[in-house]
Write a protein that binds this ligand. Structure first.
Ligand code: NAD
Length: 426
């Protein structure tokens, strides 16, 4: 079975991602006593666009592709959320990710709603020319519903700064105006922001620096396992290591490695970025992805995909603190098992918000035409994510809730307040 099939089977075992997103919302709606009308509105994506389009392949043949752009809620501001290229993309996955974006933007106080997009494709099977043609046609297909004050996409799994640059260029040419604020995660050479590439991993560091002392554990010397050594995972591992933590395990689709003495996260990142695979790095003992999740570590950082910790393996997870870098890595059933066992989970909507926070900074800089240095970006990121962490812990303490529910209470309440203040048009 391929890694992608393994991931899919785990996701199916964990249930449909949109059903998981609804279950999380329902649980918090009960705690908040939301009325049925608002609840129904929040359970629904405002727009779900499916696009089917042809691309000219290098061989001269035409190939059809299917893509999506879902917009969950824009009460707080323009829809915001990434675009994913993956063979397993589905409408329900995109809807779930769009809803999670609404809560993620809201919990950290950004003036954005939630959206998400994707194309069903394995981009590694395309040439650069085919990738560019597919991206530009997808951008053109969704262009009527995106824009700096409508919907602002960004990178997600398998999409890069170059892909964002093609989307910005396509949109700008169709509009007849240079519009850098239509998309974020652009390269620095084309209206990108300093610090954007590292932002999600840096956000994990900042929540780790809050979560460890909050639980009475110094980050200095804490042992860390990182599942998914990609963009978010590598940066988080390197920064946590710099802050004194000991990264003892890492994994990617090739499998994992474990070294109780600590692996050199910086060296493993360089090996990975030069095309190496974690399992072939030789810096520790070979372990499976499943084994990584149940290692006796202080901090676990799931940074791969959704649905990795389910009711089947949650009972075996030993980490005291879990920082969710990936979106939706823990199923609702697993969440309960982990909470009952006393694990402290910093939920995805808070822990992995660094990327969207710096995306917001990029958009602000694009709209104003003034650019900040990396120090300013990192200081502003630290301020927002730290303040949000403290607000969520306050609500968790006041209402005796686990962190995920407390984060949802903060996030959903802001959206509900905006919906009520706007009223219903017409
Ligand atoms: P990426 O493609 O750069 O990295 C994903 C990594 O996970 C790859 O190394 C891949 O080999 C590995 N992987 C895949 N399946 C795995 C499995 N079953 N076990 C172990 N490793 C596996 O993607 P990314 O941008 O780092 O995103 C990772 C997660 O973080 C996603 O859930 C994404 O939605 C979320 N996220 C990313 C950002 C961002 O700015 N990059 C922001 C917020 C959330």
């Amino acid at each position: 079975m391929s890694d992608s099939q393994t991931t899919r089977v785990m996701e199916q075992a964990a249930g449909n991602p949109f059903q998981n997103a609804l279950a999380q919302l329902d649980a918090v709606a009960d705690v908040m006593g939301l009325d049925d009308g608002i609840r129904a509105e929040l359970r629904t994506c405002q727009h779900e666009l499916t696009v089917n389009f042809p691309v000219q392949m290098d061989s001269g043949t035409r190939r059809m592709f299917k893509g999506y752009r879902c917009q969950h809620n824009n009460a707080l501001g323009p829809y915001k959320g990434g675009i994913r290229y993956h063979p397993d993309v589905s409408l329900d996955e995109v809807k779930a990710l769009a809803m999670w974006m609404t809560w993620k933007c809201s919990v950290v106080g950004l003036p954005y709603g939630g959206g998400k997009g994707g194309i069903i494709v394995n981009p590694k099977e395309l040439s650069v020319t085919e990738l560019e043609s597919m991206t530009r046609r997808y951008a053109s297909e969704i262009s009527p519903i995106i824009g700096p004050w409508k919907d602002v996409p960004a990178p997600d799994v398998n999409t890069t700064g170059q892909i964002m640059a093609w989307i910005m260029d396509t949109y700008s040419r169709e509009q007849g105006n240079l519009t850098p604020g239509v998309i974020t995660g652009k390269p620095l050479s084309l209206f990108g922001s300093e610090g954007r590439f590292e932002a999600t991993g840096r956000g994990i560091l900042y929540v780790g620096q809050e979560a460890c002392p909050y639980k009475g554990m110094p980050l200095d010397g804490a042992t860390v396992a990182v599942q998914g050594f990609g963009n978010a995972g590598t940066v988080a591992a390197c920064l946590l290591e710099t802050a004194g933590a000991r990264v003892v395990a890492a994994s990617d689709t090739s499998g994992g490695i474990y070294n109780a003495k600590g692996i050199d996260a910086g060296a493993l990142t360089r090996f990975k970025r030069e095309g190496g695979r974690v399992a072939e790095s030789g810096v520790g003992d070979a372990i499976t992805n499943a084994e990584l999740l149940t290692l006796p570590v202080d901090v676990l950082v799931p940074a791969a995909f959704e649905g990795q910790i389910t009711e089947k393996n949650a009972g075996d997870v030993k980490a005291r603190i879990i920082l969710e870098a990936a979106n939706g890595p823990i199923s609702p059933e697993a969440d309960e098992i982990l909470n009952d066992a006393g694990a402290f989970i910093v939920p995805d909507i808070l822990a992995s918000s660094g990327g969207v926070i710096v995306s917001y900074f990029e958009w602000v800089q694009n709209i104003n035409g003034m650019y900040w240095d990396e120090e300013e970006v990192n200081q502003r990121l630290h301020k927002i994510i730290t303040k949000s962490f403290r607000r969520v812990t306050e609500v968790a303490e006041q209402r005796r809730l686990p962190m995920r529910k407390a984060a949802y209470v903060v996030a959903v309440q802001r959206v509900v307040d905006a919906i009520e203040a706007r009223g219903i048009y017409p």
